[in-house]
Write a protein that binds this ligand. Structure first.
Ligand SMILES: [Zn+2]
Length: 290
């Protein structure tokens, strides 16, 4: 279950009074010399993932938004920037959450985008339309950027999603030459490899972090929950740009992660989103928090 940040911090204040350790970080692990953590941007209230062909149950469920942060020496890498102030009132808390974790905006050296949906990308500019992390490099998969700025993209979307394209295009234009593009397989920052994971969006990317003998994978939205997309990864889901491709991507990556026993970080998974893809004796996947 996700906890709104203010309520979480209130809990921390209560914990401090009781002498318990206080931390604004949701989940944390080490990877060689690096520290891998997640902080919360807030949460969304959206329907549960629905299989293609099934009737949509519009009952909203709470979906956490975890931002992954890698700290190693003088580098602080942030994966996605959250929703910012203009998407939903329950998200857009990344900058405050980082500051609570002792990370100032100017400390961030690299911003790597998994994709350009609102909950991952709309937080990229501050109130003055300047990049929210002033010293950082900003990097997006070339195919993802090209999709969102293409003139055919907006009219092809359902009406309630056309704002995704107009906003993404505006933000890409505002970033101008601050936004660098990469291709699948590129080393986008030291020891971090871009892994094409298309389907949720055309240019969706995950990132493999290599440190000494360990590795971790920042999934983005390859999986968006545990009950459906994690437990039945091969099931095509409504809401993905290409449901069949997304299902293939999801099943293949979870199979790899379970075999390698790599740490994963899931943007919308519960309990901070850091953990493992585990399989039971029948081969079914489940999320095992780190
Ligand atoms: Zn998302």
């Amino acid at each position: 279950m996700s906890i709104p940040r203010r309520r979480f911090l209130q809990g921390c204040i209560g914990a401090a009074v009781c002498g318990m350790p206080v931390t604004p970080v949701w989940a944390r692990t080490t990877l060689g010399s690096a520290e891998l953590m997640t902080v919360s941007d807030g949460h969304l209230r959206v329907p549960a993932p629905t299989p293609v062909g099934a009737a949509l149950d519009s009952t909203p469920t709470e979906r956490p938004c975890n931002i992954t942060v890698l700290r190693d020496g003088d580098r602080t890498v942030v994966f996605d920037v959250g929703a910012g102030p203009n998407f939903v009132s329950s998200a857009g808390e990344l900058v405050a959450a980082l500051e609570d974790a002792g990370i100032a905006p100017a400390d961030v050296t690299d911003v790597l985008f998994t994709h350009a949906h609102p909950d991952h990308f709309w937080g990229v500019l501050d109130d003055f339309d300047e990049p929210v992390f002033p010293e950082a490099r900003y990097l997006m998969h070339a195919a993802e950027r090209d999709y969102w700025i293409h003139p055919d993209t907006l009219p092809a979307l359902p009406e309630n999603r056309q704002v995704f394209a107009s906003a993404a295009s505006r933000l890409v234009t505002a970033l101008d030459d601050r936004l660098e593009v990469f291709n699948a397989g590129d080393e986008v920052a030291p020891g971090i490899e871009a892994l094409a994971t298309p389907g949720h969006t055309p240019g969706h990317c995950s990132f493999v972090i290599h440190r000494e003998q360990s590795s971790a994978v920042v999934l983005g939205d390859v999986v968006v929950d545990e009950a459906v997309s994690f437990a039945q990864p091969g099931q095509p889901l409504q809401g993905d740009f290409d449901p069949a491709l997304a299902a293939d991507t999801r099943a293949n990556l979870l199979t790899r992660l379970a075999a390698e026993r790599s740490v994963l970080s899931g943007f919308h998974l519960t309990r901070g989103g850091l953990g493992y893809a585990a399989r039971d004796s029948a081969g079914r996947f489940h999320f095992e928090p780190a």
